[in-house]
Ligand binder design. Structure first.
Ligand SMILES: *Cc1c(COP(=O)(O)O)cnc(C)c1O
Length: 383
């Protein structure tokens, strides 16, 4: 049976070059980077190099890059770490309603500590408008977080403009760039952000490693304590192999980005067209043009996404109903609800996310299977 993986927004396979770069640090180069002897120095050097690679990709200074255990930890550290430094009269925080749970739940975590956390609404395409941010900013606002691109529906956000406004108002600005990094240009100065989160396993690197960009001067309370690692911002012996693998993944992504993004966008556009033209009552979710080059999200009216995903899986196709952590739960997607969908509509959303190995044939096969399965499920439910 043909196997087609279309869930790259959930995770990506490790690139063989990444695995090769990591290997020495899983075997002979096992030193603790904090040790002063030769073993330690080798590990330290590897981390320093990786930090420079990330800094070059992000357009920042190496010591503004803090390695952490995941995109989730990066966002937690940004939101909670920055909030805990807020003076008592600046405890208002704005988060877009479609943020990943690692941002939204960090906001919830802060509430009992006296923070007022407010969500920024989005339009029907899932975009936060600059005017909305302007209206909601208050003299006591301390921090704003708006993601670069949404992981479920792929919509890109006007982060550069929002960042400029925040800076003008003296408000700290965090961007979750986990979905765009390696695929689109992510330069911290162009985005006008103070904090920015990235993750390795979304860009063909290993799972369990991420980074937080921290602009020099941004207040941040460490959440991990007990060691001076990462310039006293994140205690704990570094995941040396993971960090080296992350850097190699960044190098590969950055060197292929300019050809890969248009290739994906072209495949995606043809896929969207084929789905909308051949399957009745199918609609595209998210922004028609301002979207991730590898994201296609649809609603198939009358087709529950769990039934469809099971049928697709049986045909060898891996897709998703949205965030991997909410898949399997019956909770409707908070992203689709934020678009103004009702609960039953929100149970009918399916995401296809393309990747480096996706081909035209993969997508032709997927369209073919979709036509059949959508019709079958509808017929079964009409009985
Ligand atoms: C995957 C993802 C995260 C979480 O990253 P992990 O490394 O899996 O913890 C955060 N934000 C977005 C937008 C993501 O897609």
């Amino acid at each position: 049976m043909r196997r087609v993986y279309l869930d790259h927004a959930a995770t990506t396979p490790i690139d063989p070059r990444v695995r090769k770069a990591m290997e020495p640090y899983l075997t002979r180069e096992f030193g603790n980077p904090s040790s002063l002897h030769a073993w330690g120095r080798t590990a330290r050097l590897a981390i320093d190099e990786a930090r420079e690679t990330l800094a070059a990709a992000l357009g920042c200074f190496p010591d503004e890059v803090c390695f952490v255990s995941s995109g989730t930890e990066s966002c937690n550290l940004a939101i909670i770490g920055c909030a805990l430094k807020a003076p008592p009269d600046r405890r208002h925080i704005l988060l877009s309603a479609i943020e990943h749970h690692c941002v939204l739940d960090a906001g919830e975590w802060l509430r009992p500590f006296g923070f007022e956390v407010e969500q920024l609404p989005v339009d029907r395409y899932g975009q936060v408008s600059l005017d909305t941010v302007r209206e909601r900013l208050r003299p006591d606002t301390w921090l704003v977080s708006v993601m670069h691109a949404n992981n479920e529906i792929g919509t890109l956000q006007p982060v550069a403009a929002i960042g400029a406004l925040c800076r003008e108002r003296g408000v700290w600005f965090h961007v979750d760039a986990v979905q765009t990094f390696g695929l689109l240009p992510v330069k911290v100065d162009a985005l006008n952000c103070d904090l920015l989160s990235v993750s390795a396993h979304k860009i063909y690197g290993p799972k369990g490693v991420g980074a937080l960009y921290i602009r020099a001067g941004t207040p941040l309370q460490p959440l991990m304590v007990g060691g001076g690692q990462e310039h006293d911002r994140r205690a704990g012996t570094e995941n040396v192999a993971g960090i080296v693998g992350f850097a190699e993944a960044v190098r590969i992504a950055e060197s292929t980005r300019e050809t890969e993004a248009p290739r994906l966008a072209q495949l995606r556009d043809a896929f969207i067209r084929a789905v909308l033209e051949t399957i009745p009552d199918a609609t595209l979710t998210g922004h028609p043009t301002e979207r991730l080059p590898n994201n296609a999200h649809f609603r198939f009216v009358g087709v529950p996404s769990d039934s469809l995903l099971i049928a697709l899986d049986r045909a060898g196709i891996g897709a998703s109903s949205g965030a991997a952590c909410s898949a399997g739960s019956l909770e409707p997607s908070h992203v689709l609800m934020a678009l103004g969908w009702d609960e039953s509509a929100a149970q009918e959303g399916v995401r296809f996310s393309l990747g480096r190995h996706t081909t035209q044939e993969d997508l032709d096969y997927t369209v073919e299977v979709l036509q059949k399965t959508v019709a079958q499920i509808r017929a079964r439910r009409a009985k």
